[in-house]
Design a protein around this ligand. Structure first.
Ligand SMILES: [Zn+2]
Ligand SMILES: [Zn+2]
Length: 151
């Protein structure tokens, strides 16, 4: 499986496996791509609370030109829809492929959504948070980038 390009910087993402789910993460810290169903799978494999599982079905499409230019799906390059997800302190806007390839979370958006789900105390959430923050720290300073050593 080849790594896809980050919809923000167009660099190759790295594929990381977390709880049996393959995630594509931008090494520059722009965010994380979830293929269709992967978000749901991740929550399931972490035995996340029902609120979180339900949340993945509550993303509503929005049409709002003030949200800026639409990004392109890393799989099919079609412009993605903006979708609104409940979060604190205000809803966050995610990018979703209209052909159902998946969802893009900008850096920090996933955590905002997790916090808003009302499931703050769950162990599953804590693991996702730790995992994401480990990645954010690793990407900002160290330049141990396996993808680029050969190129
Ligand atoms: Zn990027
Ligand atoms: Zn697509």
């Amino acid at each position: 499986m080849t790594a896809m390009l980050c919809p923000v910087c167009q660099q190759h993402q790295v594929i990381v496996e977390f709880e049996g789910v393959e995630l594509d993460i931008c090494l520059d810290g722009h965010g994380t791509w979830f293929d269709d169903q992967e978000l749901h799978q991740l929550f399931e494999s972490l035995e996340a609370p029902a609120e979180l599982l339900a949340l993945t079905k509550r993303f509503e499409r929005v049409e709002d030109p003030s949200l800026g230019e639409k990004r392109r799906c890393p799989r099919c390059t079609t412009k993605m829809d903006h979708v609104r997800a409940p979060a604190e302190p205000e809803p966050v806007i995610l990018d979703r492929c209209p052909h159902g390839h998946g969802l893009w979370f900008d850096d920090g958006e996933l955590q905002q959504i997790l916090t808003a789900s009302g499931a703050e105390d769950s162990a599953a959430l804590e693991r996702i948070r730790q995992y994401l923050s480990a990645f954010e720290q690793g990407s900002s300073e160290e330049s141990s980038v396996p993808e680029e050593t050969q190129s």
